[in-house]
Design a protein around this ligand. Structure first.
Ligand SMILES: *Cc1c(COP(=O)(O)O)cnc(C)c1O
Length: 389
């Protein structure tokens, strides 16, 4: 018998049945009153997750489309931008800016750790002439499992006039992010992570300062154009045909998030992280990131070198139908990544940790069955007890 699939990768994430059912509805006129109501609903719902009252557009695109929209609308060719990178996705944001003709200065931090606010502050303080027009930064770096301390980094460079642009495709909904309180200028996210709907929607919110910048920016895009998007949004439409089914799904997923309460959603993700990390450590495996930077969305685990991360993944897939992510670039076969983001159930995590123990023992790794599982159960018990108090 083939077990039902456990999808524990950092996106796409499992889609709740409620969302799937909501999506299974007939098409409607995207310029009619029914869709107008849906747009109003989902835009304000997503804004609540962003903790913002600023403008927000929804694009029919995967997360990267939103990043491209951000660069195309808010950065002019030839402008200097500071791109802070702690992994593959930070590099991607920098690469997009380069392609659009920005003069990109990268500030790299070692993979597995977060960006150091003091180093960024020092660099920014040197820019007396205000040459740097934007700072690009990833919130949650999915390739390593690190969450940057956006609030502290933002505070450290608050005096500088550069736009502060945050790439939070896998961060929003798993980690706290307060766009307005933290004074973030642009925040990009995507649908297939904590939002619990399939891939295909990208969200971009922006401050009045960013919008003013857009207004004087030589326009180099059509599909992503913010002015056009806002014009249509005013009348409850999108400039181009939207993926209507995904909007149905988003509307339902937002309802689910609100029923649970955003605070509780974040605490639930933190509990997933703690369950996984205490358990992995008790199995004697090395965690790729330190506790201080550990992501609520995904955990990177160093595989025992004599086994290799990919053998573990392959065995878990074939034997248990559990899907884990591999390492990217230099981390291929070094780490595997366990996604615990979106519509994941706590007992799915228990099951996957149990299967991981079986897999490790099968590969002759020295482990007492249950030693990691026990820690995960203890952590889960604490979470349940604290929920009742
Ligand atoms: C999942 C993820 C992506 C995916 O990008 P797509 O364009 O949606 O394929 C991008 N960035 C981060 C940080 C992610 O976690």
């Amino acid at each position: 018998m083939k077990n039902a699939q456990y999808l524990l990768i950092p996106g796409p994430t499992p889609v709740p049945l409620r969302v799937a059912r909501a999506m299974d509805r007939p098409m409607i006129n995207h310029r009619g009153p029914e869709f107008c109501k849906i747009i109003g609903d989902v835009v304000s719902g997503v804004k609540r997750i962003y903790r913002t009252r600023e403008q927000l557009l929804i694009y029919p695109a995967s997360g990267t489309g939103g990043l491209e929209a951000a660069i195309a609308n808010f950065i002019a060719p030839g402008e200097k931008v500071l791109a802070i990178s702690i992994g593959v996705f930070g590099d991607r944001f920098a690469e997009i800016a380069t392609r659009f003709g920005a003069q990109v200065e990268k500030v790299d931090f070692p993979w597995g750790s977060g960006a150091d606010p003091n180093i960024i502050k020092e660099r920014i303080e040197k820019d007396k002439g205000g040459e740097i027009k934007a700072v690009l930064i990833t919130h949650n770096e999915t390739s390593t499992g690190v969450c940057n301390d956006i609030e502290t980094i933002r505070k450290a460079i608050k005096e500088h006039p550069a736009l502060f642009m945050v790439y939070s495709v896998s961060g929003l909904g798993a980690h706290e992010l307060r766009m307005d309180d933290w004074d973030l200028d642009v925040v990009v996210s995507g649908s297939q992570k904590a939002f619990m709907i399939p891939p295909g929607l990208s969200f971009m919110a922006f401050s009045p300062k960013a919008l003013a910048k857009h207004k004087v920016n030589p326009n180099r895009c059509f599909y992503w154009d913010v002015t056009l998007g806002l014009q249509y949004q005013e009348s409850g439409q999108t400039p181009f045909t939207p993926p209507i089914s995904l909007y149905y799904g988003l509307q339902e997923a937002l309802k689910m998030l609100e029923e649970e309460g955003l605070e509780n959603v974040l605490i639930r993700h933190r509990n997933y992280r703690d369950m996984v990390r205490t358990s992995i450590a008790a199995m004697g495996l090395e965690l790729f990131t330190k506790d201080a930077f550990a992501s609520n969305a995904v955990t990177s685990v160093c595989a025992p070198t004599e086994i290799g991360a990919n053998s573990i993944r392959k065995y878990m897939l074939e034997e248990f139908n559990i899907i884990l992510a591999g390492g990217q670039q230099n981390l291929d076969n070094v780490i595997f990544r366990l996604g615990h983001l979106g519509y994941v159930r706590e007992l799915d995590i228990i099951a996957v940790l149990a299967a991981l123990e079986l897999t490790l023992v099968k590969f002759k790794y020295d482990l007492q069955l249950g030693s990691g599982l026990h820690k995960a159960q203890e952590t889960l018990l604490k979470y349940h007890i604290s929920k009742q108090e």
